[in-house]
Design a protein around this ligand. Structure first.
Ligand SMILES: Nc1nc2c(c(=O)[nH]1)N[C@H]1C(S)=C(S)[C@@H](COP(=O)(O)OP(=O)(O)OC[C@H]3O[C@@H](n4cnc5c(=O)[nH]c(N)nc54)[C@H](O)[C@@H]3O)O[C@H]1N2
Ligand SMILES: Nc1nc2c(c(=O)[nH]1)N[C@H]1C(S)=C(S)[C@@H](COP(=O)(O)OP(=O)(O)OC[C@H]3O[C@@H](n4cnc5c(=O)[nH]c(N)nc54)[C@H](O)[C@@H]3O)O[C@H]1N2
Ligand code: SF4
Ligand SMILES: [Mo]
Length: 656
């Protein structure tokens, strides 16, 4: 007998089997049909290394922690939650939690504390595509599924290094390439993904909007648009065209620093392919102009009618359950079932479902995590509870973040000791994948039930259970009556009834199963105010910079490495952080491979060892998961999604 679960790493959401101490791919799972990449294979080996085992506490951060029992932990929390005014509390959660965890935490915070002071690490990740999808289609969620890959003949990867970051899905694309499909990669770095592609457009970072606008310009000028589709189903075409006129190919090629020829090639793909999928990820999202970059790409699909049988704009989800988090409305403005706190009907519905008085849920979205950091420094937020994320390494402007973490009463609820723990007052040990039950939703809307295959070590507990027990300690027993995760699921699913993400008829034993039709907008009726999909003008703002530092991922490490960093096999060749630069830039700077250089911005500096590689001139790349790099990042963010700029950092490089 083997236990079935979803991979705890990327958003491809592969189904895995655990048996005889070994992890294998699940042949029956529609996300991977038995395939698997390297990362989860070492999960059994790292599961118990460096775990938090007992609740631990210190009132004074200069003192060492002392072990306490759960009852004492809940009493400390009760005192803090009653002493501090509600708006002084903040919760920061994660797309790596299970849907049950996310639901119970949000019910506790938005419903029972009556504050929207909660955000998820998806703010740094999927906030932009959520906004763009809603603007363009009226709702969140990728419009097609992985099955569409199998009969697509053209793939565009924009700002995605899927060969490393969504490997099993990328293999599925390569299979199509071997059958004749074309693959284009748009990235300033010659990544593994670019190496495997037919064409790479190695543009200047941050100029994707211009490239896409230029493609739209060509489609329009050449008459390669789908007029009938636009007339019947699309709004905003004229305005989008009026903007793209600013970027004819000759102009765009200069701004993007690419060949005019390549812009035409891209336009021809959108014009003439049988079926085209545009995949994109953080190269477009984590940008101060991210929403426009997303919309500019979606515009190309709407102008050519590339939906359903003709293709799809497909935003790749990063974390294993960021989709589940989106379904449960875990950002500071969300409510379960793709609802929004700003909508009165949504609030009233959820209040009555939770048995709360009308007006309990606040209409005003809470501050985002980066806004909350400023409020901590101002002394307005005094209490921060972090669940399943590592803000001491992964938030932008780390020197500032660390000051904020020092200042507040900090609760860290994690499976492992991570960097945030060293700033904490209270540590709560969490059970992780395999030690608890629940569901996760992968990138193409497929829910997987994760079975338990091992007992949590020490006194660790499932995340939902910790919040349930605290709720009981506060006297809300009646509202959190769950005996197990199934009880939570049975409740949360009801909140999706009749919504786009309707899972109300599902139960643990029918999973894996996808919500929505294969094609979410199969009838081309969009959940917007007038039923039409929308194109938008996508203006571009130029930012000069001598050196642009890009931050991102390595092949075998998962973010801050609390698990993957404990496997020798996965660490091989990735033991240390590095600074990737082009041969030409190294020559100009007078540095060679393996030299240690100092990289500085107006926010901070770090030392990194130089690696030479095929990076566009004037661009540098450093992985962020090792720590330090985020100290260079400033406070810029996208005005619509509030997603921080994590990919375009103006830096200087010199010998230390
Ligand atoms: N191995 C591994 N896989 C992972 C993760 C991991 O930690 N490790 N994390 C998961 C998560 S949460 C996420 S969000 C995804 C992220 O997955 P990806 O977005 O694929 O990964 P990144 O390395 O952040 O960045 C992708 C690419 O964007 C490019 N880029 C930077 N700026 C620009 C730009 O202006 N334009 C364009 N076109 N490209 C640009 C970078 O050069 C980089 O190659 O990965 C998931 N998968
Ligand atoms: N410079 C720069 N910064 C970035 C990015 C970038 O590209 N560049 N990318 C951003 C993106 S897209 C993302 S998604 C974030 C990721 O950033 P984080 O979420 O901060 O990084 P992780 O290392 O994935 O942290 C997950 C934590 O959850 C813990 N954990 C695992 N399972 C469980 C569980 O079941 N319960 C609990 N309670 N804890 C558990 C792990 O031990 C770990 O400490 O980083 C963001 N920051
Ligand atoms: S591709 Fe992603 S989900 Fe699949 S096994 Fe690899 S890390 Fe896990
Ligand atoms: Mo992410």
């Amino acid at each position: 007998m083997s236990a079935k679960f979803q991979c705890p790493y990327c958003g491809v959401g592969c189904g895995l089997l655990m048996g005889e101490g070994r992890v294998r791919g699940d042949k029956d799972h529609p996300a991977n049909f038995g395939d698997v990449c390297k990362k989860p294979l070492y999960y059994p080996k790292v599961m118990n290394k460096g775990r938090l085992l007992k609740p631990m506490y210190r009132e004074d951060k200069k003192e060492p922690f002392v072990e306490i029992d759960w009852g004492t932990a809940y009493e400390i929390l009760r005192q803090k939650l009653t002493e501090i005014e509600r708006e002084g509390l903040y919760f920061y959660v994660s797309g790596q939690l299970m849907t049950e965890d996310i639901y119970v935490i949000n019910k506790f915070v938005k419903g029972f504390l009556g504050i929207n002071n909660i955000d998820a690490n998806s703010r740094l990740c999927m906030a932009t595509p959520v906004v763009a999808y809603k603007l363009a289609f009226g709702s969140d969620g990728p419009p097609c599924t992985y099955e569409d890959v199998d009969d697509t003949d053209a793939f565009v990867f924009a700002g995605s290094n899927a060969a490393w970051t969504h490997p099993v899905l990328f293999k599925r694309v390569l299979k199509r390439k071997n059958e004749g499909a074309k693959v284009v990669v748009i990235d300033p770095i010659r990544t593994e993904t670019a190496r495997k592609a037919d064409i790479q457009i190695q543009l200047r970072a941050g100029t994707d909007i211009v490239l896409f606008n230029s493609v739209l310009y060509i489609l329009y000028r050449e008459g390669w648009i789908n007029k009938q589709f636009i007339e019947q189903y699309v709004e905003g075409f004229e305005d989008a065209i009026a903007e793209c006129i600013n970027h004819p190919p000759e102009v765009a090629s200069k701004i993007c620093d690419v060949e005019v020829r390549d812009i035409y090639k891209l336009a021809e793909l959108y014009a003439f392919s049988k079926k085209l999928i545009s995949f994109w990820c953080q190269g477009l999202n984590q940008s101060s102009q991210g929403t426009y970059a997303n919309l500019a790409l979606i515009n190309l699909h709407l102008a050519t009618g590339r939906l359903n049988d003709k293709g799809c704009p497909f935003s790749l989800t990063g974390q294993p359950n960021a989709m589940g988090g989106r379904e449960m409305g875990y950002l500071s403005n969300g409510l379960p079932g793709y609802r929004d706190v700003r909508n009165e009907e949504d609030r009233t519905f959820v209040e009555s479902f939770w048995g709360l008085e009308k007006g309990t849920i606040k209409a005003q979205p809470g501050p985002t995590i980066t806004e909350a950091i400023d409020l901590m420094l101002d002394g307005k937020i005094k209490f921060l509870w972090v669940v399943c994320t590592n803000p001491a390494l992964t938030l932008p402007n780390l020197n500032k973040v660390k000051k904020a973490l020092e200042k507040v009463f900090l609760v860290v609820q994690d499976a492992y000791w991570n960097e945030a723990c060293s700033f904490a007052n209270l540590l709560l040990p969490a059970a992780q994948m395999g030690e608890k039950e629940g569901v996760m939703t992968g990138s193409d809307r497929t829910l997987t039930f994760c079975e338990k295959f091992s007992e949590p070590p020490g006194f660790a507990k499932p995340d939902w259970q910790i919040f349930k027990e605290l709720a009981h300690h506060l006297g809300f027993e009646k509202y959190f009556p769950y005996e197990n995760s199934k009880d939570v699921f049975e409740e949360l699913k009801e909140l999706t009834e009749g919504r786009l993400c309707d899972i109300s008829s599902y139960s643990y034993d029918v999973l894996p199963k996808r919500w929505g039709r294969g094609w979410l907008y199969w009838d081309l009726k969009f959940p917007t105010d007038n039923g039409r999909a929308k194109m938008y003008p996508t203006p571009y703002k130029h930012r000069p910079a001598k050196f642009i530092l890009i931050t991102g991922r390595t092949k075998n490490q998962w973010h801050t490495m609390t698990r993957t960093g404990k496997s020798e096999e996965l660490l091989k060749g990735e033991e240390e952080p590095f600074l990737l630069m082009s041969q030409e830039d190294a020559l100009a700077l007078g540095v060679s491979e393996d030299d240690v250089v100092e990289v500085s911005s107006d926010k901070g500096k770090v030392q990194l060892r130089v690696r030479l590689g095929d990076v566009k001139r004037g661009h540098l790349f450093a992985p962020f998961g090792y720590g330090g790099v985020n100290a260079l990042i400033g406070d810029e963010s996208d005005p619509f999604s509030k997603e921080p700029e994590l990919k375009f950092i103006e830096v200087e490089v010199k010998m230390p």
